[in-house]
Design a protein around this ligand. Sequence first.
Ligand code: HPA
Length: 248
Amino acid sequence: MSLAIIGGTGLTALEGLEITRREVVRTPFGEPSTPLIHGRFRGYDVTFLARHGYGHNIPPHQVNYRANIWALRHVGVQQVLAVAAVGGITEAYGPRKIAIPDQIIDYTHSRTMTFFEQDVGPVTHIDFTYPYDAELRAWLLRAAAEAGVEAVDGGTYGATQGPRLETAAEIQRMRRDGCDLVGMTGMPEAALAREAELPYAHCAVVANWAAGIEDGGTVSMEEIREHLTYGMESVRKIIASLAPRVTA
Ligand code: HPA
């Protein structure tokens, strides 16, 4: 069992996944968002996990990120592809674009963000200079090219606390900080994957211009839904050409 996909908003199931087994994993940190779905996708082993639950009922700040990553590690997956909707901040990251970010700025707070707690062992500091796995990113970009999907290579992902969207001023601050994308679920997920020594990369689907970016405009939920439906089709194509590479 090698490739795990954590699906976000707009990807609560992986079409074309022939499910072989559902596995309830109990972890020292509680329950993952859903049982793990093991299956065959285009002839390869894939494990799928819906980050927000099947009914999309777990908000970003209440996702049990530790249980999710721990469970994936426990069942022996070797790579994690995280799919998530984002807002676009800079020009290259408009709605419907797919981006494979290469950096993170974490604005989240009050989330449990480490496996390394008192009584678990010695204090451990992971290296997180480059938060995403370079090889998995490269595979993703190649898979996108082969699938005929244009994917932006790189970009800085700003992780916000949610569940509310940002103010225009917060987005302007994030832009000054160097953020290209904004989302609510990228952290602590990426850091926990690094702690668990799981190669992790992020396939970001731009669902909207972030607050105030487009002529100072607000964010429309209707627009988000429309762009996401389109963007997730592109993601499915990328996953289809990625699977053989990572699970061969
Ligand atoms: N902000 C934060 N998270 C998001 C957005 C946004 O504009 N769009 C989709 N997820």
